[in-house]
Unconditional design. Structure first.
Ligand code: C2E
Ligand code: CA
Ligand code: CA
Ligand code: CA
Length: 279
């Protein structure tokens, strides 16, 4: 048994070393990837429940390496956060999403709101309001078509400061959404203090509908209370007709998920837009 324990430790420390090395490797490659412009934005539609009308799109970053490999954000965003690389990467995302949005408007596509994810660091450090304002000015993308998605952890750290930043972003005319709602510590009552327009119900509550009664009750409660706070509600990660039917019965406003489309490169999203027939 003693030996076993020692072996365990050995494997454990080897695994740690491996993880640490992998991390340093990714950080190095991340810096190089920024220089080589290896990042792409994919776009996933957001639709109105009931009509199936496309009302918006969420921009989601992908890292496409030299070899064509597509690295998902959860593999590098946390590392970009820890190393400070997120500041530059986040500015690029904002710039690229607004550039694309303006190009779509200019091409005569129906106006869509573009949602961009802001990491907590990006939100609290650096002057996010100045960055957003100058990006809108440079790209010519109208502020009221930009939506910024924030997580609870970004808002809860320094509440007063966060509210102040949100108010200033609102003054620019952009929409504000709280992402992954329900996964953090905040209650809906607490949310009241924050000037937010949209609430995104986390996918984890949607996944087991209609099997899990708890999840259905929580989802219904979130929708009802968000409406009381005059926020629009969108469900993320919607994959099945049963989930859709439930959300519709509870008057959820919008949905996003594989049932409509996976995130797509811009050109493929344009094709999707053309072929899409509302319900
Ligand atoms: P998120 O903001 O919650 O984005 C939703 C994630 O769920 C996306 O994963 C999307 O592809 C996935 N998804 C959407 N519908 C479905 C569905 O029906 N089924 C399943 N299984 N998955 C679905 P993705 O693109 O891998 O992004 C993961 C996370 O990475 C995002 O979660 C977000 O937190 C972060 N992220 C992505 N792009 C950016 C970015 O530009 N900036 C920052 N700061 N974070 C980003
Ligand atoms: Ca998001
Ligand atoms: Ca989310
Ligand atoms: Ca999520």
């Amino acid at each position: 048994a003693k030996n076993e324990g020692r072996n365990c430790f050995k494997y454990f420390s080897e695994a740690l070393t491996l993880a640490a090395r992998e991390r340093i490797g990714i950080e190095f490659r991340l810096r190089r990837a920024m220089d080589n412009q290896e990042f792409r934005l994919f776009y996933q539609p957001q639709l109105k429940i009931g009509s199936g009308e496309i009302v918006g799109v969420e921009a989601l970053i992908r890292w496409q390496t030299d070899s064509g490999e597509l690295i998902p954000p959860l593999k590098f965003i946390p590392i970009a956060e820890e190393t400070g690389l997120i500041a530059g990467l986040g500015r690029w995302v904002l710039q690229e999403a607004c550039r694309q949005g303006k190009a779509w408007l200019d091409a005569g596509l129906p106006p869509l709101r573009i949602a961009v994810n802001l990491s907590p660091t990006q939100f609290m450090h650096g002057d996010i309001c100045a960055i957003v304002a100058s990006t809108l000015a440079e790209t010519g993308f109208p502020a009221n078509y930009l939506e910024l998605e924030l997580t609870e952890s970004a808002l809860m750290k320094r509440e007063k400061e966060a509210i102040d930043i949100l108010n200033r972003l609102h003054e620019l005319g952009v929409h504000l959404a709280i992402d992954d709602f329900g996964t953090g510590y905040s209650s809906l009552a607490y949310l009241k203090a924050f000037p937010l327009d949209v609430l995104k119900i986390d996918k984890s509550f949607i996944d087991d509908i209609p099997m899990q009664n708890d999840d259905m009750e929580i989802t219904a409660t979130i929708i009802a209370m968000a409406k009381t706070l005059r926020m629009q509600v969108i469900a993320e990660g919607v994959e099945t007709p049963a989930q859709m039917a439930f959300l519709r019965s509870r008057n959820c406003d919008f949905y996003q998920g594989y049932i409509a489309s996976k995130p797509l490169p811009a050109a493929e999203f344009e094709i999707f837009l053309h072929q899409h027939k509302p319900e």
